[in-house]
Design a protein around this ligand. Structure first.
Ligand code: BV8
Length: 272
C-alpha cells in the first residue's frame, strides 16, 4: 500500500477489545490460490465456479466436480500462508477472544497459527458421504492428486483431470467434498457463532471478500449495525465500502502487516 496507512485504521485496531476478522478468497490470492473471480483454467475453463460448486453439477458429473476439488486441494497443499494470514494470527495472539471467520475452504489460516477459524463454507479436507454425513469418509493421501493415478496415469497434470469420487466405506454411496455448495444452507453452529461474534465486536476487519455471496456478506453489516467500526482491506471497491469506517485499498499481504505494526507501534507488549 503505497500511500501511508490512514492513522484512523491503526488507531481503531490499537483500541479494539473485541475483534472479528472476516476473510474471503482475496486473503489466499498471494499464496497462489485463485480467487472465485479468477477465470477457471484447464478442464474447467468452460465453467463458472458458481455452476461447478453445486450439488446439481456434482450429480450430473461427479468425476468432473471431484476432479476440480482434488485439483484445488493439490493447489492448497502446495501453497503456504502469506504475511496476511500471519498478521491475522498475530492479532489473535495479541487480542484474546478475536474471532476469525472465513469463507475459504483452504486451511491456510490454521497453518498460519489461527487456532479455530470459523469455516462458513466448509473445507477441502473434510470429505463426507453423500447419503449420511455421519458416515466416516476419508481421503487417504495415497490417492492424492500428486501421486500417479492407480492406473499408472501421470500425476495430476497442471490443469487437472476427472477423478472418480471415492465410495463411502459404510454404505457405498459417493463421497462428496465437505464444502457448502450454492443453494445449500451453511452449517448452523458456524453461522450462529459468526453472527453472534459480529453483533458483539467493536471492530470487524473484512479482508479480501467481494461481499456478494450471502449470507456471509451480511456479517460486516451486522457488525456495523451493532455499532462496531468496520475496516475493509481490498485492492478493489466492493458493496461493503459504504458500511466501512476505513477502506484500505491494497492487498492483504501488504496492508495487514503494516496495519498490525502501526496499531501497536506505541506499546509492542502483548495484551494479557
Ligand atoms: C444459501 C464453498 C439458503 C464451495 C462457497 C441473497 C441475495 C442473493 C443471493 C442469495 C441470497 N441468499 C442466498 C443467495 C444465494 C447464494 C448467493 O449468495 N449467491 C450470490 C452469488 C448472489 N447463496 C447461497 O447459495 C448460500 N446458501 O443461501 O442457502 C438458500 C438457498 C437458496 C436460496 C435462498 C437461500 C451458500 C453460499 C456458499 C457457497 N459456497 N464456497 C467452494 O469453494 O467450492 S461461496 C465461495 O464464493 C467462497 O466461499 C466465497 O464465499 C465466494 C467468493 O467470494 P469471495 O471469497 O469474496 O471471493 P471473490 O473471488 O468473489 O472476490 C475476491 C475479492 O478479493 C475481490 O473483491 C478482490 O478484489 C479481492 N482481492 C483479490 N486479491 C486480493 C484481494 N483482497 C486482498 N488481497 C489480495 N491480494
Amino acid at each position: 500500500m503505497e500511500e501511508a496507512l490512514p492513522h484512523r485504521a491503526a488507531e481503531l485496531l490499537g483500541d479494539a477489545r473485541r475483534v472479528v476478522v472476516l476473510t474471503g478468497a482475496g486473503i489466499s490470492a498471494e499464496s497462489g490460490v485463485p480467487t472465485f473471480r479468477d477465470d477457471l483454467t484447464g478442464l474447467w475453463a468452460r465453467f463458472d465456479a458458481r455452476e461447478l460448486a453445486t450439488a446439481a453439477a456434482f450429480h450430473a458429473d461427479p468425476d468432473l466436480v471431484w476432479g476440480w476439488y482434488e485439483w484445488r486441494r493439490t493447489r492448497v497443499r502446495r501453497a503456504e500462508p502469506n504475511p496476511g494470514h500471519l498478521a491475522i494470527a498475530a492479532i489473535e495472539a495479541r487480542i484474546p477472544g478475536t474471532t476469525v471467520i472465513t469463507q475459504n475452504v483452504d486451511d491456510l489460516h490454521e497453518r498460519a497459527g489461527s487456532p479455530a477459524p470459523i469455516h462458513l463454507h466448509g473445507s477441502l479436507f473434510a470429505p463426507r458421504c453423500v447419503a449420511a454425513a455421519a458416515h466416516p469418509a476419508t481421503i487417504d493421501d495415497a490417492d492424492d492428486a500428486d501421486a500417479d493415478a492407480p492406473d499408472g496415469e501421470p500425476a495430476q497434470p497442471h490443469d487437472g483431470r476427472r477423478i472418480a469420487p471415492p465410495r463411502c466405506t459404510s454404505c457405498g454411496a459417493l463421497v462428496r467434498p465437505g464444502v457448502v455448495w450454492f443453494g445449500e444452507m451453511l452449517p448452523e453452529a458456524a453461522f450462529t457463532a459468526a453472527v453472534e461474534a459480529a453483533a458483539a465486536c467493536d471492530l470487524l476487519l473484512a479482508v479480501g471478500t467481494s461481499g456478494v455471496v450471502y449470507p456471509a456478506a451480511e456479517i460486516p453489516r451486522i457488525a456495523a449495525r451493532s455499532g462496531a467500526a468496520v475496516i475493509q482491506v481490498n485492492p478493489e471497491p466492493t458493496p461493503l465500502d459504504r458500511v466501512c469506517a476505513v477502506n484500505l485499498r491494497g492487498t492483504a499481504a501488504h496492508v495487514l502487516p503494516s496495519l498490525v505494526a502501526a496499531a501497536w507501534a506505541a506499546d509492542p507488549a502483548p495484551r494479557s
